[in-house]
Design a protein around this ligand. Structure first.
Ligand code: SR1
Ligand code: MG
Length: 424
């Protein structure tokens, strides 16, 4: 394919002929395309994903479609999201080596990326639903968030370069628009594409949609999301965007990347562990048999947040080379305490904002268009609704009361209390 070929979606049948000439494929899969085995494995909301295996090895081919896969061609979506995913992956890899799949080839006109086939990794969300414990994930996630978020910001980056990057990613308008609507607005009114477990959740949904404080706070968070171009965020960092083994953690799918608030990635990521926590009751085969899993999930939250804080603080002290909180004003004047005081303010604000973003993420996964399998896989709808109701109440508390919460343990205590109470 040349750079100017018109876009055409790949199929299992056409992929070998269309990609068989690429050195990136031949060297990693094998030169004889007749020996390639191609599977379409994408079950996400937006794209096609193929695993291609052959005598030499395997790769993943991800291709964007010109519409939202979850909804169909009635919702067009530009192919350029693949360009943003490619550029986000290269930046994340540079900022935290080994944390993303390796990229072997990018074709902008075909909106496709050939990348490392991560095996035996599985999508973290699936593992958590199955009740698996991954010992490294909290730590790895904390490090990833601290490094990518700090290093893409004016805390570290040379400001001309950061502004150029900000301009590059500013064109990811349509993906931002999805988040702006699906996360921050649709859950709070009767939007067309919304759905929820009905009739069980109907009274609670009506209560939340009539909750003035909640709606105002959700819009303040949307304001922050849209107006605070602080760093290059992943933009969709949930447990479906993380692939794991016991020993390895990789972050995938940053097609929603743009310059936004640091706290957005952290809040979205932690919210998905809290939702996994609230969903566990629905996956029990015998009463209480997910107790250890619940404890593990809260522990991941503690680990991810404390490692994030520690690594962020380490970068603050050793790599603060950008235009913000210059060392020339603080350390260079022998005023280390001032630098520490400023760090405290930054982390405090980040914590408050993170809780707010976590709260709206809980709401949108239960009330909006894009639900998560943690709850959807619970077949008994009464049981599912009871798990979801707890996550909704938890989310409401985070959004509305976030400024009066003083530590991550307090949030986990609240989650435990809500989880034990009757929900509906
Ligand atoms: C229409 S896209 C719905 C959701 O899928 C993606 O993974 C993002 O989370 C988005 O909000
Ligand atoms: Mg995705």
């Amino acid at each position: 394919m040349t750079a100017h070929d018109a876009f055409k979606a790949l199929t299992v049948e056409t992929l070998p002929a269309r990609l068989g000439g690429l050195e990136a494929m031949r060297s990693r899969v094998g030169a004889d395309t007749a020996a390639w085995r191609v599977r379409e494995v994408g079950d996400g909301n937006l794209n096609l994903v193929f695993i291609v295996e052959g005598p030499v090895g395997g790769v993943v081919v991800k291709q964007a479609l010109p519409y939202v896969r979850l909804v169909g061609d009635s919702w067009p979506l530009p192919l350029k999201r693949s360009f943003f995913e490619y550029h986000a992956l290269t930046r994340q890899e540079a900022r935290n080596p080994g944390s993303t799949p390796k990229i072997f080839h990018f074709d902008e006109s075909q909106a496709l990326i050939v990348m490392e086939f991560l095996t035996p990794h599985i999508i973290l969300r699936r593992g958590l639903i199955a009740g698996n414990i991954y010992p490294k994930v909290g730590r790895d996630l904390g490090v990833f968030m601290a490094r990518t978020l700090f290093r893409g910001s004016d805390f570290q980056m040379e400001t001309r370069q950061r502004k150029a990057d900000l301009a590059l990613f500013a064109d990811n308008v349509e993906l931002c628009d999805i988040t702006e609507n699906l996360v921050f607005s649709d859950p709070y009114f009767d939007a067309k594409l919304n759905r929820h477990t009905s009739p069980q959740l109907d009274p609670l949904v009506a209560e939340l949609r009539a909750d003035r404080d909640l709606k105002v706070e959700a819009q303040r968070l949307k304001h922050l999301f849209a107006a605070n171009a602080e760093t290059l965020v992943h933009g969709d960092l949930h447990t479906g965007s993380i692939m794991v083994t016991d020993a390895d953690t990789r972050m995938i799918d940053p097609e929603f990347a743009f310059y936004g608030p640091m706290a957005f990635d952290v809040g979205m990521a932690l919210a998905n562990f809290w939702m996994a926590f609230f969903s566990q009751r629905g996956h029990e085969k015998a009463p209480g048999d997910r107790e250890a899993m619940r404890a593990y999930l809260l522990d991941v939250v503690i680990q991810a947040w404390s490692v994030f804080r520690a690594e962020f603080s380490n970068l603050w002290r050793t790599k603060r080379t950008g235009i913000l909180y210059q060392k020339s004003l603080f350390e260079d004047q022998d005023d280390v305490l001032a630098a520490e005081q400023a760090l405290g303010h930054v982390l405090h604000q980040l914590f408050d904002d993170m809780l707010g973003f976590a709260g709206v993420e809980c709401h949108r996964r239960i009330l909006g268009l894009a639900h998560n399998a943690d709850f959807e896989a619970i077949e008994d709808t009464d049981l599912r609704a009871s798990c979801e109701a707890k996550a909704l109440r938890f989310g409401r508390h985070l959004v509305v009361n976030r400024r009066n919460i003083h530590g991550i343990e307090e949030v986990n205590n609240l989650a435990e209390l809500i989880e034990k109470e009757p929900a509906l």
